[in-house]
Ligand binder design. Structure first.
Ligand SMILES: O=C(O)[C@H](O)[C@@H](O)[C@H](O)[C@H](O)COP(=O)(O)O
Length: 261
């Protein structure tokens, strides 16, 4: 992939839908298109997921014959440091909402190593090594280039486990970092850093509901405030997308762009 050093980032593509149902349908088409492009090019699809409402929003992928589950390699953009059967686990949530309902091979889903739950540093290093195994040599880059990273936005503008004012916002080297003091429980988490998120080929936020309207307007209309979600700006030629419903978009100044595949 070409270096983005001399090229400004692409402007975000904002796709707003009249209903959450239309958003779900369009998101599935979008993911399938990203999958097809990746598989046509290199025979596999690397994707990272988040928790919150996102896994449910991916239900358009269930019973979808266009999805080549055996060619997916799934990572978590952030994960709570809890056992995989704990109700706080993003892996559990994604399994309940999606993976238990589709024919994806278990070994294609990269969960945290639960033998390391007591040592955050070791745990995040191990997850970073898991990424290196998947990406090193193959994409031959200083940072992994995910085909797609899917994110949510919290009420304080956080994304993944990158929270406002946290020192992790300026991490430049690590691929995976840990935090012990998340303002939102549970306190212990690991998270992709910005260099990983911002080297992806595509990053898509998914945000629905009136509760997102004020924060969405801050994040998109006032990026200069530097909220964690505003700092997601994939380097060229990476592309940032926002998939939102009309309620979430209600207070935006930025006009939406047409959703065309
Ligand atoms: O870190 C967490 O504790 C949450 O998982 C959080 O990051 C969530 O993804 C966002 O708050 C968006 O949540 P919704 O998608 O549910 O609005």
């Amino acid at each position: 992939m070409a270096s983005g050093v001399h090229h400004p980032p692409n402007p975000p593509a904002l796709h707003s839908f009249q209903s959450a149902e239309l958003l779900v349908e369009s998101l599935a088409l979008f993911v399938v298109k990203a999958q097809k492009e990746a598989i046509d090019r290199k025979g596999r699809f690397t994707i990272a997921l988040s928790g919150g409402s996102l896994p449910k929003m991916l239900k358009g992928l269930i019973d979808n014959p266009a999805v080549k589950w055996d060619l997916w390699q799934v990572f978590y953009a952030d994960e709570r440091v809890v056992p995989l059967d704990d109700p706080d686990s993003n892996h559990l949530l994604c399994s309940q909402e999606l993976f238990s309902k589709v024919p994806i091979p278990k070994e294609n889903i990269h969960a945290i190593d639960v033998s390391l739950l007591d040592d955050l540093e070791e745990l995040s290093d191990a997850y970073e090594k898991e990424l290196i195994r998947e990406f090193a040599q193959k994409d031959a880059a200083r940072f992994p280039v995910f085909d797609l990273i899917l994110l949510g936005m919290g009420p304080d503008g956080h994304t993944a486990s990158l929270f406002p004012g946290h020192p992790l916002l300026t991490e430049e080297d690590r691929w995976v970092a840990y935090i012990e003091d998340s303002p939102k429980p549970p306190p212990k988490r690991i998270t992709f850093t910005y260099p990983v998120i911002n080297h992806a080929a595509r990053v898509a936020f998914v945000a629905a509901g009136a509760g997102k309207a004020d924060m969405l307007s801050k994040v998109l209309d006032h990026p200069e405030e530097g909220l964690p979600s505003s700092r997601v700006r994939p380097v060229y030629p990476g592309q940032l997308y926002w998939f939102v419903d009309a309620q979430a978009a209600a207070k935006l100044e930025l006009p939406p762009t047409d959703f065309k595949l």
